[in-house]
Structure formats: structure tokens, C-alpha cells
Design a protein around this ligand. Structure first.
Ligand code: THU
Length: 136
């Protein structure tokens, strides 16, 4: 699985986004150590706060199936299903990544159909609060 292919899966995952309130469709594609892909989309709610982001949908799907060793995630999003060059993961999703992923976990932010920027989790969430901080 190349980075480009993972990004394409994130863009494809935008198709299933349920975003009638914000109009922003978001897709994510998460790669596990064993080479499995979990996709996710944002799922909004009329009560707003129960809404969930694409990245967390993908991560929670994987955890729910017993997978916790993640290599990288691709994320894409934009208004009306059009990929926007400005769609990095929100702070809550970064925090959820910090629960399961090492600082070198890679986050591919899709900028257009043919372009992405790669960050590490440490770059997007420096000085993270992690499970190490609450170990007994
Ligand atoms: N959203 C995501 O799915 N991922 C992010 O990291 C940022 C925001 C969603 C939440 C909401 O449904 C829409 O994008 C607009 O904020």
C-alpha cells in the first residue's frame, strides 16, 4: 500500500460521510502493522455533540476488531465532498491517536487528488498527554 493509495482510500471514504449539518465531508484511511486498512467518515447528529470525526471512526473500528498497532493514517475533507487543501485532524482526534500511536505515527493530510503533506503525531501534538502519564 503506497501513501498515494492510502490517500485515495481516504478520499473515497468521504463518499459515505454523513454531514447534513456542516456540509463538510471527511474521510480517513488507517493502515495497521499487518497491512489491513480501516476507513472512516464523519457521522454527524441533529444534537450536534454526538457527532464523530472520520479519523476516530476509523480508529474505533480497528480497536473494536482487536487491532491497535497502527502505522499511518490518511485524512481528507472538504465542503460538499470536494477535497480542501486545509483539512488537518482536529485536536480530539490527535488525542485519540496519542492513545494508541507512537510519536512517529504518520499522518498524511490530503491537499488535493494528487498531493498530500506528511506529519508525525509528535509534530501535530507536541508534549502529548498519553497513557504513560496515567500509569500506576
Ligand atoms: N471533522 C472530521 O471528521 N475530522 C476532523 O479532524 C475535523 C473535523 C468533521 C467533524 C464535522 O462533521 C465536520 O468535519 C466539520 O467540522
Amino acid at each position: 500500500m503506497t501513501d498515494k493509495e492510502l490517500c485515495a482510500l481516504a478520499v473515497k471514504a468521504m463518499d459515505n460521510a454523513y454531514a447534513p449539518y456542516s456540509g463538510y465531508k471527511v474521510g480517513a484511511a488507517l493502515l495497521t502493522e499487518e497491512g489491513k486498512i480501516y476507513t472512516g467518515c464523519n457521522i454527524e447528529n441533529a444534537a450536534y455533540s454526538p457527532s464523530v470525526c472520520a479519523e476516530r471512526t476509523a480508529i474505533f473500528k480497528a480497536v473494536c476488531e482487536g487491532k491497535k498497532d497502527f502505522v499511518k493514517i490518511a485524512v481528507s475533507g472538504g465542503r460538499d465532498g470536494k477535497v480542501s487543501s486545509e483539512f488537518p485532524p482536529c485536536g480530539v482526534c490527535r488525542q485519540v491517536m496519542a492513545e494508541f500511536c507512537p510519536p512517529e505515527f504518520e499522518i498524511l493530510v490530503v491537499k488535493s487528488e494528487n498531493e498530500y503533506v506528511s506529519y508525525t503525531l509528535a509534530e501535530l501534538l507536541p508534549s502529548a498527554f498519553t497513557p504513560k502519564n496515567v500509569k500506576k
